[in-house]
Write a protein of this length. Sequence first.
Length: 480
Amino acid sequence: MKFAFSNQQMRRADAAAIAAGTPSLTLMERAGAALADAVSSAMHARGVGDALFVCGGGNNGGDGFVAARILAERGEDVAVLCIAEKFSPDCAAVRAKYRGEVFARIPRRRYAVIVDCLFGTGLSRPIEGEDAELVRFICQSGAYVIACDLPSGLLEGGIASDPCVCADETVTMGQCKQALLMADGADVAGKVTVADIGIPAEGGVEIWEDSDVCALFPKRRSNSHKGTYGTATILAGGAYSGAAFLAAGACLKSGAGYTKLTVTEDLFPYAIGRLPAVILRPFKAIDGDILASDCIAVGMGSGVSERLYAYLAELLSAYTGTLILDADALNTIAAYGVEVLKDKACRVIITPHPKEFSRLVKKSVREILANAVEESRAFARENKITVLLKNNHTVITDGERVAINPTGSPSLAKGGSGDVLSGLLAGTCARGVEPFKAGCAACYLLGRAGEIAAEIFGEYSPDATDITSFLADAILSVQG
């Protein structure tokens, strides 16, 4: 397991490392050395011999001055562009040690590599004025762009301001930053390398790896049977029939012992024989069979109605297993009252995308994405539930633990992917995996299946049924 830090957390971690005895200039020298190695590798890999460091007056600029000095001492052809008039104490100290060329305006010479050392984690607003001109110069240079720590213009939550550096590679210092993984960050950061400069990984959000997911899919005992692995029930369909079959199909791949599909009576005739391995039932009312399920997923393709709200209220109070609320279950709760989540006998997982979450919390999508970790954590803690806030890198939280899912592909940006996630999550929970861990594993495997599908079919062509078909490959991939 790895960890990722918000900008504010990273600044606190820097301060803690300094307070523990590591001088700030030592951290800067380490960061500059790591950046110099990355720039040197990029230059030589491309057979080019020059690089321009675009430095600000803060500590990110200081990292750039250190790297430029180290490369100049190695005989590399480097220069610095810096228009800052004020400097942090550490930046001023390392700037004084750099003896190479410093431009005070954008040079006419074209450089093969440009290194963005303008702002890093120190930016909390869109870039304006002369600094904005520097960012546009970097973006329009045609050079190979390396960002130091964060691409300049990338704000907390992974929101890219206008303008924002679009890097080919980002060397981030100490620990991975959340902004590099979320929202626009994944598009503007390029290849991300974490440079270890001696800052402990304490306080960040979790980034799961293959081994973490593998632990939840252990080798099965020979002396086991379908009853060993739990029962998952999919309550879906009504308004949109395809969602029911996608969720149930994914649940079949999850390892659950039984997958039950309960659909409305009008859909039931069309469901017969569609998925032979599921136990098919027409929906009538909450009964002992439904309540005996280890996990229930509800809302996929159901439509929004007051009748559904009453059903959810009854289910929340009567059911004692793990209940997954997705799609129209969430839209119905948003329309008729979120307070229904307070009175429950079961463990609850919700799986909203940003628009669905905005309806629940009565905030704009932009507000949510700008602070996705804390918004989802606060809602989870307030309602004592687990939240999977879906996006290109989903946030998973039970109000205490938080993870950001690192896997995925734009191939998943199609209708039905969320239904596949709900089915996979339901089956994983049915096997007895606790909600937070099940959420992390299901998101990870869905993302991996999307990656595998994109490798074979490209990012445009895979649909949700293709993603389902690659879930087995995804599970095998984490098992090694």
